[in-house]
Design a binder for this molecule. Sequence first.
Ligand code: NAD
Length: 417
Amino acid sequence: MSRQSINRRDFIRQASGAAAAGLTAASYANALGANDRVRLGIIGPGGRGQELMRAFLQSPNAEFVAAADIYTRRHDEAKSIAPGIKTFSDHRRLLESKDVDAVIVATPLHCHARHFVDTLAAGKDLYCEKTMTWSIEEAESCLAAAKKASKQVVGVGQQHNSAGYFKDARQWVKDGLVGKVTSVEAWMSRNTPHGKGQWVRPIPADCNAQNVDWKAFLNGRPNRPFDAHKFINWRLYWEFSGGNITENMVHQIGWIIGALDLGVPTAAYMSGGVFSEKDGREVPDTIAVTLDYPNDLVVAWQSTFSNSRFGLGIRILGSDGTIEWLAGTTDMVSGRSASGWSYAPEKTNRPNGEAIKGSSQGENHYANFVECVRSRKEPNSSVELGYRSAIAAHMANLSYRRKERVTLETARQSARK
Ligand SMILES: NC(=O)c1ccc[n+]([C@@H]2O[C@H](COP(=O)([O-])OP(=O)(O)OC[C@H]3O[C@@H](n4cnc5c(N)ncnc54)[C@H](O)[C@@H]3O)[C@@H](O)[C@H]2O)c1
């Protein structure tokens, strides 16, 4: 590493702390050069975390130097991806490392807020997996922490907002091709063999109380004896997860929010249940949500784990045209699987409008974050996007759990209690 780049790194670190006062955005922005290596740390290199390590390593001039995980097995797994990295059990030791520029958080949902806030307090840049937080209250405090740390780069793991199907859709909306949008319909569907519930993972033989810091996993939840099933399959339980709303709706609602420049919903209603596999899970596998947005818009999202024929899709329905993004939808007539994105004019209001097939390449989401660490720009998936998506997700789940329509006001009130 050049002497010059060391000096720039020192400058960045100082700039994140008290010395930041008085720095102009421009002087800060010049801190890391285009060719400087970005040194990454990861908290929670489990299933997704290991995928992320591989993905971030494809970015030019990025390397992993440290990983923190409360399960010893993950230390070896992370080292097999990035040999030579330092490993820690306690994430705070990783955050003390002077050689980490940015931290990737890929822990279970109920730990995100803690790792988010601690990472920013340590002066590091941050990439936090979706959903940004487990609750509305945490979303508010993480957004506030990010605003306070305004010189640090914060990105969220909503990678669809870097894709070509996002770029084109946003452009079509900006160009006024869809007219007034009053309705958006979206869906996500999967299937599993009978008796095998979606998401259920086997428990590794070494997953025991000696190898896992169970108290750190509980992260303030009531203490109890080690439970390997809950540790590995945390996704199925409300204490740690928001179910398919925070796993998948959040991606699609984030895409819709980004394409249409939406804020947070004014109200949410969600119905459904555990219908597919009654395997003791708490979070519903069958879901129908409606989200009301200001200015006359309803977004509907449906999901099932018992049928995959129509894959995943979003349709933005406007007075002047329709934007459709499909992934693995089976055509009713031909039986072929269709994927792609397109625009179709509404002849009523755009008689001369032409259909368009989307073709933009989009951007590598992970390389975009790394580049933002250098340039100090806002990543494609910003903290605001993460926040707005999280609020929509938590309002939906709150409605389901209360069995009533929830307004933004009541959702925020309940978060304060
Ligand atoms: N963006 C995407 O497409 C995408 C895809 C899959 C998962 N995810 C998200 O990634 C996150 C992780 O999901 P996963 O499937 O990898 O879970 P996982 O259980 O496989 O991995 C979580 C890891 O965090 C560790 N961990 C738990 N508590 C910890 C703590 N307090 N400190 C440090 N490490 C801790 C666990 O030991 C484990 O290794 C979730 O938020 C999930 O929603 C995102």
